[in-house]
Write a protein that binds this ligand. Structure first.
Ligand code: ACM
Ligand code: ZN
Length: 764
């Protein structure tokens, strides 16, 4: 049957088509690249892949540059792109021109309706042009298209690193290969492979077979977080290692993707797994066992025993042929000196070498291994503790405890890589929502990583040249599977990629988020278990001008509105709409949720307020808080918000080896009948309860009367001290808590200074 021409239907169809085409091209235009390229000019042409599209490759271009692109294209389209020469077809042209594209690893990608051209400065440039092209491929209605335009691009830093710990959890070869593909896609060019640690030795060393049969295995693994007490274990033997053949294959796989693998063979600390097999290499001779929980262990390689150096040199003799990397990482972090202090061999070494303390012994250890590696034509990289007792002459410093190590190294004209834990540790939590999967601790949301700037103002232009790049670290204590690891690492790894590659002037968090949202289909296509919670609510608690607590909420989700309740019920579109910071007038739970186009986005946000007489009042501390437990605003000790048990919400104030003393001024004399404070106790995190806690009251701020004293804090976790006192009129409240001091023998990290963690001083 031939249907009648229907002008109305025709018009509707045309309108629909215009809408669909308009929609497609709008989407195409919105598509972007992560990391953001140096320069992007779009135009209105569109390249369409057709059955005869082929890739033309100039002489000299390695076919391996195409491996990942071709694989991805096939997964998207179901067909291969032929490589070769076919007349009268649409074409992707790859070439190298080191003059036309002057920057190493740079490329120019030009897209017209007729062809796509990628000109690289070098092989890596061609490869990176293809990675950008992958992100521009747009599939709709069975057709694959690319928006026309010209992209000129090159990296900001020569060193763009991602680390992965395979000791705490072991990732099999296929997971490592997938990982390498993803690094390459986002133009990360260095894979720092943390192969040995206390909980498992993961690389085959033929001369030492017990490394395979003993050190690669642990009897069982801790369940839950290390801070829990007592520790619980799963009772399951766990382990594995990469054979040398597998390592070779992985290195080849990475090299084809322009990734250098830097192996880390950790010394002198984090050596328990090796000592379990070869106890004569430890100061006490053992016996030792591969660690079954996370942390720092006192048993390290003996620095006085010649056999230690013979062992490590023999190990390196097998490692070096597997890794062409100029750099070899020798660890150097977190090496307790406890055993060295009482070891006759270590002490003899110190006398023989005229070393004044154990820090100089560590420096001797690293310096000696550096000489060995230099004699084999390699350079060392170490964590910033290799600065202790003096830096080995050609060492590169990986600055993790903060930026200070990198700054000191750069000022001494040593190369440095910035990887400060506060900003780029991906084992930290990415969200403060309580339902977040278990992580190491800390809090590095996507925005914090993104806004990290690796060249600090502490360096002049000449010194800044020694900062070779930036790296994010993936410690795997709480990443037991590739899926869990992907949830922790994505999308934060993409933020790292952008800090490492993108010119400082082109960085823009809002633009990054926009591109990240368009990246979601690609992440899905690549089967990555990425977290997608980055648009959820974040908050800020501050004081209003009239000294009341106020809660600011925000979400980066475009077009979203926040609704909230203060009566404990779940927010709906009928709840109060958030327009400006909420003034907190009563204790209780604030719940809030993001809605976009009338749909709930993500999880429901909650914050509990506990209003009391000290909230918003003046507080003065005798000793300043320290390190990560100092958010800079001591008024948080009297803001009605209690610090959480993950101690990552900025509410806890920490004192390392020193006492806490605070005076709260209520502004006028008031009736006081209850006093309180929260104390955090996690001995497995070096957080100790005070020896003595006292509350005192005063009318004049000069003469104080003690009204309460407590010396026992039984709970592992938050100890809520709540003291009912004889009612008294007082204007000033003084709280004193004496630090435990040095962690006692037999406890975790004995001999170190204890942390005292305090939050919210409560007055009723
Ligand atoms: C480190 O995070 N211990 C280098
Ligand atoms: Zn020793």
């Amino acid at each position: 049957m031939i249907s009648q021409f229907n002008p109305r239907k025709f018009l509707l169809t045309i309108l629909c088509l215009i809408f669909i085409i308009g929609h497609i091209s709008a989407q195409i235009k919105e598509q972007g690249i992560i990391p953001q390229p140096f320069k992007v000019q779009k135009n209105n042409t569109v390249f369409s892949f057709v059955a005869t599209t082929y890739i033309s490759v100039d002489k000299g271009i390695n076919p391996s540059n195409l491996i990942f692109f071709n694989g991805y294209f096939k997964s998207l389209s179901g067909r291969n792109l032929p490589v070769g020469k076919y007349a009268k077809s649409s074409i992707i042209q790859l070439s190298i021109d080191s003059v036309g594209v002057p920057q190493p690893e740079g490329y120019i990608l030009s897209v017209t309706s007729k062809q796509i051209s990628i000109v690289g400065h070098d092989q890596a440039g061609v490869f990176y042009g293809l990675q950008s092209l992958i992100q521009l491929l747009h599939k709709a209605n069975g057709k694959i298209t690319v928006q026309g335009g010209v992209i000129e691009d090159h990296p900001r830093f020569a060193y763009r690193g991602m680390h992965l710990d395979v000791s705490r959890h072991f990732f099999k070869v296929d997971a490592i290969e997938k990982w390498i593909d993803l690094l390459a896609l986002y133009k990360i060019n260095t894979f720092h492979w943390h192969l040995t640690d206390d909980q498992g030795w993961r690389i085959e060393i033929k001369k030492y077979p017990l490394l395979q049969s003993i050190s690669a295995w642990r009897d069982e693994t801790i369940i839950g977080h290390k801070k829990d007490s007592p520790h619980r274990f799963d009772g399951k033997r766990y382990g594995g290692y990469y054979t040398q053949a597998e390592v070779k294959a992985i290195v080849k796989y990475a090299t084809e993707r322009h990734i250098n693998i830097i192996p880390e063979i950790e010394m002198p600390g984090h050596a328990l797994a090796a000592l379990a097999a070869y106890p004569q290499l430890g100061c006490t001779g053992g016996p030792y066992k591969t660690a079954t929980f996370w942390g720092i262990f006192d048993d390290v390689y003996c620095a006085g025993n010649e056999e230690t150096f013979t062992f490590l040199q023999n190990v390196l003799d097998e490692v070096l042929p597997l890794f062409p990397s100029k750099y070899i990482h020798i660890g150097g972090d977190e090496c307790p000196k406890t055993k060295w202090k009482t070891c006759p061999k270590c002490q003899q070494r110190m006398r023989d070498e005229h070393l004044k303390d154990e820090h100089e012994l560590q420096s001797y250890f690293i310096g000696r291994m550096e000489k060995y590696l230099n004699s084999k034509g390699r350079q060392i990289i170490g964590w910033d503790e290799i600065l202790e007792g003096g830096l080995a002459p050609g060492a590169t410093v990986m600055s993790w405890t903060g930026e200070e190590g990198g700054i000191v190294a750069a000022k001494q004209h040593h190369d440095a890589i910035m990887t400060p834990e506060k900003y780029v540790y991906l084992d930290y939590y990415q969200s403060l929502y309580p339902s977040e999967p278990l992580a190491g601790g800390g809090y590095t949301p996507l925005s914090k990583i993104y806004n990290y700037e690796p060249t600090t103002t502490a360096l002049n232009a000449d010194e800044a040249k020694y900062i070779k790049g930036v790296q994010a670290n993936a410690w795997s204590e709480y990443m037991a599977s590739p899926a869990q690891a992907e949830h922790q690492l994505f999308p934060r790894m993409l933020a790292l990629a952008e800090i490492a590659w993108t010119d400082k002037g082109n960085k823009d968090y809002a633009g990054f988020l926009k591109r990240l949202r368009y990246e979601q289909p690609l992440l899905k296509q690549l089967n990555i278990n990425a977290a997608n919670t980055f648009d959820e609510i974040t908050d800020g608690v501050s004081q209003s001008p009239d000294h009341r607590e106020q809660l600011a909420l925000s979400s980066t989700l475009p077009g979203a509105h926040i609704y909230y309740t203060t009566d404990g019920t779940a927010p709906t579109l009928k709840s109060k709409k958030y327009n400006q910071p909420i003034i907190i007038t009563q204790s209780g739970l604030v719940k809030a949720a993001v809605f976009s186009e009338a749909k709930l986005y993500g999880r429901v946000y909650e914050k509990d307020f506990h209003l009391h007489k000290a909230v918003g009042k003046t507080i003065i501390l005798t000793n300043p808080p320290q390190g990560a437990y100092n958010s800079g605003d001591v008024s948080e000790l009297v803001n009605g918000v209690f610090g959480n048990k993950l101690y990552n919400d900025g509410q806890w104030y920490g004192f390392n080896g020193i006492d806490f003393e605070a005076v709260v001024d209520l502004g006028s004399a008031q009736q006081v009948s209850q006093l309180g404070v929260n104390i955090l106790k996690y001995h497995w995190q070096k957080m100790w309860e005070p020896q003595v806690l006292t509350f005192e009251t005063s009318a004049d701020g000069k003469t104080y009367t003690e009204v309460y004293r407590q010396t026992s804090f039984p709970a592992n976790g938050i100890n809520q001290v709540r003291a009912t006192v004889k009612p008294v009129r007082a204007r000033y409240i003084r709280v004193k808590a004496t630090n435990k001091g040095i962690i006692p023998p037999g406890e975790y990290i004995a001999g170190a200074k204890a942390w005292l963690l305090v939050d919210e001083i409560i007055v009723e």
